[in-house]
Design a protein around this ligand. Structure first.
Ligand code: HEM
Length: 409
């Protein structure tokens, strides 16, 4: 790709990155971007980087300064200071300790027990959506459903939050999460992210105080009590992790649902296939995750010198592993550019790999499955207006900002 320079803000990339990914996989699989980092697009390379312990998170401050300059005071920004403490940004042993505590609070048992409540939330929100006129599926269902699941999981019951507060929390996460993006934020964007992070921290600190005083059988109490042992989560680690979970639990899952509905609307024969054989629902969720991953990429920093696909990566250099490009690698998947819900033998890389493998993968899959089951059983004649759908224009978290869906056909 002579003269090509990877740029996550390129309008072509934001509209349809897949032809660019294909070209990169073929001609420049470990690309050196002028932005100062490497970009991996082939499945085997991305996977080997994600599972290789020679790649980790490295020096957080330096990693962020790469997008700004060396004088940028990263940790003076509350939003970046928060991000530096989130365990996904850390290496062992700190990562291991917090991950283990969070993973035990998010156990499969807890998730399985939640299934009937997740189904009820999906039914209620679909019904509300069906009754609304001129509703936007993304804001009026896709964001709400996983947020309510997360509230249920954290044990926030109605009475403890209002719809206005939920909307404020959602907005605060949406305004804060650009710090994960692979670029410098505009001054206004960063100022907003900082303000919203302070609001989130205050809200969750108060929730913990309440749970400490009045324990319940919920994730918040489980995490507060996980702090009673020797390995205790500090109050700061607690609120950092829960804000992370709250955000991870809705940004990515919401767009999995929105992207999934778009894909089904865009591929009527696949939609019909699912309608006539709901046993394919797990495979359909997997295909949505593969074909239009709501999280497109993740980063690693070389902790030791490494050679990947003939390129030497030095200590401290960063690699953007584009899992969405890996998911369409023809070396790994048959007909990767087709959306096909027939079960595939290979798993997509959407949830990452290695020690940072998504701790919420089982929950996200369950939410996707329950949503599709409820949608097809209650509103089999739903229609999706793919023509008017509007993408949100962000690289890392890919999804729609406006998607018109009619449930009663
Ligand atoms: C479709 C939905 C989701 C997608 C595509 C997704 C994707 C990912 C990916 C790719 C990673 C690895 C990041 C890395 O290697 O740097 C990750 C990590 C993580 N995810 Fe998810 N995720 C989803 C849903 C969720 C949910 C529902 C939760 C929480 C309830 C969650 C919580 C986390 C956490 C805490 C980590 C960090 C794990 C670690 O560093 O050890 N995710 N996710």
């Amino acid at each position: 790709m002579t003269g090509f320079n990877f740029n996550p803000m390129d309008p072509d990339m934001l509209r349809d990155p897949y032809p660019i990914f294909r070209e990169m996989r073929e001609t420049d699989p470990i690309h050196r971007s002028e932005l100062g980092f490497w970009v991996a697009t082939r499945y085997d390379d991305c996977r080997s980087i994600l599972i290789d312990k020679s790649f980790g998170q490295g020096d957080f401050v330096k990693n962020i300064q790469l997008f700004y300059d060396d004088s940028f005071d990263v940790l003076a920004q509350p939003a970046y200071a928060w991000l530096s403490r989130v365990f996904v940004m850390q290496d062992p042993p700190q990562h291991t300790r917090v991950r283990d505590l969070v993973a035990s609070a998010l156990s499969l048992k807890r998730i399985t027990e939640m299934a009937p409540r997740i189904r009820r939330l999906s039914q209620q929100q679909l019904q509300k959506f069906a009754e609304r006129e001129d509703a936007n599926f993304i804001t009026d269902f896709a964001y709400l459903f996983p947020t309510l699941v997360m509230c249920d999981m954290l044990g926030m019951q109605e009475g403890e939050f209002s719809w206005e507060l939920l909307a404020e929390l959602n907005q605060a996460v949406a305004d804060t999460f650009p710090v994960f993006e692979t670029r410098a934020l505009e001054p206004d964007e960063l100022a907003l992210a900082n303000r919203q992070m302070e609001f989130l921290t205050e809200f969750f600190d108060e929730l913990f105080q309440r749970r400490k005083k009045h324990p319940r059988d919920d994730l918040t109490t489980a995490m507060v009590s996980a702090g009673d042992g020797e390995d205790a989560l500090t109050p700061e680690e607690l609120s950092t992790s829960v804000i992370g979970l709250f955000g991870a639990g809705f940004e990515t899952t919401a767009h999995m649902i929105g992207n999934g509905l778009f894909c089904l609307g865009d591929n009527p024969e696949q939609r019909l296939k699912l309608r006539h054989n709901m046993n394919l629902v797990d495979a359909a969720v997997e295909e949505i995750l593969r074909f239009e991953s709501s999280l497109q990429a993740t980063y690693r920093t070389a902790l030791e010198p490494r050679e990947v696909a003939g390129q030497k990566i030095e200590v401290g250099e960063r690699v953007l592993t584009i899992v969405a490009a890996a998911n369409r690698d023809e070396r790994h998947f048959d007909n990767p550019e087709s959306f096909d819900i027939s079960p595939r033998s290979q798993k997509p890389l959407t949830f990452g790999g290695g020690i940072h493998y998504c701790v919420g993968a089982a929950l996200a899959r369950l939410e996707g499955k329950i949503f599709l089951e409820e949608l097809f059983s209650r509103y089999p004649n739903f229609s999706v207006d793919t023509e008017s759908a509007r993408l949100r224009g962000a690289f890392l978290f890919r999804g729609y900002e406006d998607l018109r869906v009619t449930l009663r056909g």
